[in-house]
Design a protein around this ligand. Sequence first.
Ligand code: MLT
Length: 312
Amino acid sequence: TAFVIGPAAAADYPARPITMVVPFSAGGPTDTVTRLVAEAMGKDLGQQIVVENVGGAGGTLGAGRVAKADPDGYTLLLHHIGMATSATLYRKLPYDTLNAFDYVGLVTDVPMTLVARADFEPTDLKSLIEYAKANKDKVTYANAGVGAASHLCGMLFMSKIETVLTTVPYKGTGPAMTDLLGGQVDMMCDQTTNTTNQIKGGKIKAYATTTKQRVASLPDVPTAEEAGLPGFEVGIWHGIYAPKGTSPEVLAKLTASLQTALKDPNVIKRFADLGTAPSSEAEATPDGLKAKLSSEIDRWAPVIKAAGVYAD
Ligand code: MLT
């Protein structure tokens, strides 16, 4: 017999561990954010939240997995801006972005950094742009697949400098960072949640942040505008989703728990160390996430259509 979610099940929720799917590799930026929030939410809910990495196809495989899961509150998704851009980037998705999910709330908005392997020749953003234009067949750019934040940022960069570089796709920027550190790939644009410690340790070079103001934890890295590339700006917002049909009681518990987690001093500190901050209480709501997702689909659709990049 099928397990039916009635009011009793919602009142007992959560009665067993919850799985939170990260649609990218372990050890990367989404994974880092998810593990911090999952730990704090699990403490609050009195049940462990187990993080499961389902990487591939720029985050669409993991999102598809959650779209098809039982809407019982035991399978959730933490995904970023890629949820919005993939709605246009992919000709066919295994789910209907705006109708396949219920919303828990926004989590954080992470700055990006344009980085390269430590021994890459260019010393600043201006020389990087010159070098990339002169060596476009040689320079390799890592990303986490079509629909990833690193893909979006790379698209912006390449369109701004009017130069197409050779792209090397990974299942997440966790493994891409390993190759950047090993010198197997030249550069990428990645979230501060993955790059901050490597930049501070001098293990990679940072040319610019994608923010209006400098990132507090990286005071020596100029903004793109300061470094000579105005308009090269993007923030990687993250949200938590549940499969469509999740009971309102369960969603309300999850939203309350997310809001508690985002006030946890450890979460706030670790986020700050990694160049980011928790979303506000008003944003960490179903309406906050829903509004962000639909406005971002509308914002990026014309940009993507103009660039003419699609995946099947
Ligand atoms: C990841 O966790 O690997 C990322 O968020 C990748 C990306 O979107 O660039």
